[in-house]
Design a protein around this ligand. Structure first.
Ligand code: SF4
Ligand code: FES
Length: 374
């Protein structure tokens, strides 16, 4: 058997070797942390996904060892495969940061600012992106799009005004269920998610559209408006399910189960089962098993994604683990390239400087004076 060809690629000055055929996004995810570009439409567990939203744009400053010319335009990292010797800039590129802010503004053109009443708030990828790159106001002066309401049945609520047309839910219906009943109708600024003639989405695994939707366009009717996610305690649980893996996250308040979702990884995607298959869950587990007695509770779930729901959960509570503070652990296993001792640069932190003894706001000369007097 021939050996796998490995390509060396550098993302934000960090080099990694990945098999030929790996996309820039996947290579950056292997490095981890902030080096990985955001992805609103790509979903590694859905074939054909990606290439729709442009949030994952990166700058390719060197095409490859053989052809070192930079790529003339920013590239969608989820759809561009690496070449040997390629050099990529993500957060180290001003062009990328600028373009991403533009994409966020574009995605928000028609998006309602209803986070305060949206069930996705706290775990919404668009909310995180707009927090990181967005502006506090809009330049858009026209009326936002409105839609005729479509009823998708008793389990799933569609808010088309929030949809960013990422196609993930369409791929879920295509790849996981027996028959797709919804899709994107029309094109351009008329495009919308709908069933052709009012149909309910009730195929066995269709509830997974809720988990893959990066925004609050598809939400769980059995959970709607019942609670904010940051008030709930995520618990890993499982049951012996004849249809799916039965491995879920329960979102509890006290003993009450408010909602059931699949388990998600640090990229906000469905986690794999121990057998290495995507842990999609069936409608019965998601919508019908809402009693703690239905489940074997494994313990608190650690939320990996940086998000408001990861804040303040469990750290230091009884039976929980405090986050590790070492640099390597919080930096996805990477050691720092450079560490500066602040004492070489400033005397602010010297134990001999007593901040309480400094009259008024302190500045550089205060410290210089104090250290001379000391
Ligand atoms: S409803 Fe959600 S998952 Fe479906 S296309 Fe819109 S944003 Fe994507
Ligand atoms: S994640 Fe790459 S284009 Fe959307």
């Amino acid at each position: 058997m021939s050996e796998q060809t490995l390509f060396k690629v550098t993302v934000d000055n960090i080099a990694i070797e990945v098999p030929a055929g790996t996309t820039i996004l996947q290579a950056a995810r292997q490095i981890g942390g902030a080096v990985a570009p955001p992805a609103m439409c790509y979903y590694s567990k859905l074939q054909g996904s990606g290439g729709k939203c442009r949030t994952c744009l990166v700058e390719v400053s060197k095409g490859s060892e053989k052809d070192p010319r930079p790529m003339p335009k920013l590239m969608a990292s989820c759809r561009t495969t690496v070449m040997d010797g390629m050099e990529v800039k993500n957060i180290t590129s001003e062009k990328v940061i600028d373009a991403r802010a533009g994409i966020v503004e574009f995605l928000l053109l028609n998006h309602p600012l209803d986070c305060p009443i949206c069930d996705q708030a706290g775990e919404c990828h668009l909310q995180d992106l707009s927090f990181e790159h967005g502006k506090s106001s809009t330049r858009y002066e026209f009326q936002r799009r409105t839609f005729k309401k479509h009823d998708l049945g008793k389990h799933i609520q569609l808010h088309m005004t929030r949809c960013i047309l990422c196609y993930r839910c369409v791929y879920v219906a295509d790849q996981l269920t027996n028959q797709r009943a919804h899709g994107i109708l029309d094109r351009g600024d008329h495009a919308e998610i709908a069933t052709h003639i009012e149909k309910s989405l009730d195929n066995d695994f269709i509830g997974n559209v809720i988990d893959v939707c990066p925004v609050g366009a598809l939400t769980d009717k059995t959970f709607r408006f019942k609670n904010r996610v940051w008030f709930l305690k995520p618990m890993d649980a499982h049951r012996d399910c004849p249809t799916c893996s039965g491995r879920v996250t329960l979102w509890n308040r006290g003993d009450e189960v408010f909602r059931v979702t699949a388990r998600k990884d640090q990229w906000g995607e469905i986690e794999d089962t121990p057998e290495g298959k995507p842990g999609w869950i069936c409608n019965t587990c998601r919508f019908d098993k809402k009693h703690a007695a239905d489940w074997v509770i494994e313990g608190p779930r650690e939320i990996n994604r940086h998000s408001v729901i990861a804040q303040g959960h469990y750290a230091g509570n009884v039976g929980t683990t405090l986050p590790t503070e070492t640099f390597k652990a919080v930096n996805d296993g990477r050691a720092p390239h450079l560490l500066m001792d602040i004492h070489h640069e400033s005397e602010v932190n010297l134990p001999s400087i007593h901040l309480s003894e400094i009259a008024g706001p302190s500045h550089g000369t205060t410290f210089k004076q104090n250290s001379k007097n000391a």
